[in-house]
Design a protein around this ligand. Structure first.
Ligand code: UD1
Ligand code: UDP
Length: 383
């Protein structure tokens, strides 16, 4: 019996690790599967745990309001010391590029426990963009014994860093496994669709507004390197767009980070409840978010995970960042980098709304990130 410990702490890690937890649980004779959450995110993590019905074996519960990188690193590192001593895993699996994943990998290394890195090999080679994620994933990659690379390009990145080929397995990204699970769930239950629609309404967006061909721009933003001026410029651009296109709806489920909310209030005012075609709502549960993404026409985001999901649903994505570690969809033509520049955001969103031909050229469904079988491949490798 092999002891596997999966460690994660933020919303995107939870979404991408949940199907992997489920896959390991299919082999109770072979794997003793344990889950440790750090609670780097609290509410946004719990939303995902509830949806996938995962009860963690360990919960470090580290989140503090307005935490900084030192808080998260120190609390995860010391918290993991005791968890690892208790669980004594044969392998620790961490995900991607968060501070939870890097600190948990380091904690495992200090007890000489092999680490498997899920979503390994993504690179921008600019350590300040995204920050601190680019350095986080490079450090985690350096510690890892097993590299589960989502695409051939991420494998190439690792080979260039002299990672030996036998440590790397190209698996696809587990986010596509999660996305397919959720899309299937929605498709197979009319009852569920009704629940989602009423959940959305409670959150402040009535999807029936989209009858008669009304367009929807879905927006998210949270990157640390965009805090301050970058966010102000993004919000100003969004405000201009809402005025320029009163017939289009703009929906922004806001991240809970106070640094994200401050500039929104600065530009749109204290009361965000009656802004006509602009809807600021609380973070959505993953099912509702995927449903809304499916209904949207354009996605404007700085998120990593959404860059992977939206192209699979055939949605053009404008990425409010200067670099991306996910160039595959860029090459396929469904994703475009617009940075945080006011003029560029206004110009690119307008072009997608106004120019049908341009819109069609960016809205073909492509799936360079996976086929929904990434978790199966990861588990088979460890089998
Ligand atoms: C973190 C990750 C980032 C990832 C993002 C996904 C790091 C350094 N950053 O950034 O890589 O892309 O998550 O969303 O690992 N908060 C809550 N409740 C929640 C979640 C957050 O109140 O459920 C608030 C808290 O005030 C918290 C703050 O947001 O202190 C920041 O959270 P933190 O995880 O440090 O940073 P994120 O910007 O969420
Ligand atoms: N997401 C969600 N609810 C929301 C916004 C996003 O469930 O209100 C999902 C989204 O589908 C994707 C993930 O959260 O799977 C992305 O998380 P985030 O943008 O916070 O982090 P990143 O991917 O940039 O690390």
């Amino acid at each position: 019996m092999k002891k596997i410990l999966l460690v994660f702490g933020t919303r995107p890690e939870a979404i991408k690790m949940a199907p992997l937890v489920k896959e390991f649980q299919k082999y109770p004779e072979t794997f003793d599967t344990k889950v440790c959450v750090t609670g780097q995110h609290r509410q946004m993590l719990d939303q995902v745990l509830d949806l996938f019905e995962i009860t963690p074996d360990y919960d470090l519960n580290i989140m503090k309001q307005g935490q900084d990188l030192y808080d998260v690193t120190a609390r995860v590192l010391t918290g993991m010391r005791d968890v690892l001593r208790d669980a004594k895993p044969d392998v620790v699996l961490v995900h991607g590029d968060t501070t939870t994943s890097t600190a948990a990998a380091l904690a495992s290394f200090y007890q000489q426990i092999p680490v498997g890195h899920v979503e390994a090999g993504l690179r921008t080679q600019n350590i300040y963009s995204p920050w601190p994620e680019e350095m986080n994933r490079q450090i985690t990659g350096r510690i890892a014994e097993y590299d589960f690379a989502p695409t051939p390009l991420s494998r190439e990145n690792l080979l260039k860093e002299n990672v030996s080929a036998d440590k790397i397995r190209v698996t696809g990204n587990t986010v596509i496994d999660a996305l397919y699970m959720v899309v299937d769930k929605i498709k197979n239950s009319i009852l569920l669709e009704g629940t989602i629609i009423s959940e959305l309404k409670k959150s402040g967006y009535d999807i029936s507004r989209l009858r008669n061909g009304k367009k929807l721009v879905l927006i998210t933003g949270h990157r640390r390197e965009n805090f301050g001026e970058g966010f102000i410029s993004m919000c100003n651009a969004i405000k201009t767009l809402t005025e320029q296109y009163p017939e289009v709806d703009f929906v922004y489920p806001m991240h809970l980070n106070p640094n994200v909310r401050k500039p929104i209030h600065e530009v749109f005012g204290e009361d965000l409840s009656n802004l006509g075609n602009m809807f600021f709502i609380e973070p959505l549960e993953y099912l509702s978010f995927v449903y809304l993404m499916e209904k949207s026409n354009i996605v404007l985001t700085d998120s990593g995970g959404i860059q992977e999901e939206a192209p699979g649903l055939g949605k053009p994505v404008l990425v409010m960042r200067d670099t991306t570690e996910r160039p595959e969809a860029l090459e396929a033509g469904t994703v475009k980098l617009v940075g945080t520049d006011y003029d560029k955001i206004v110009k690119e969103v307008s072009a997608l709304i106004d120019n049908r031909e341009y819109y069609d050229s960016m809205s073909k469904a492509v799936n360079p990130y996976g086929d929904g079988k990434a978790c199966e491949r990861i588990v088979k490798t460890l089998l």
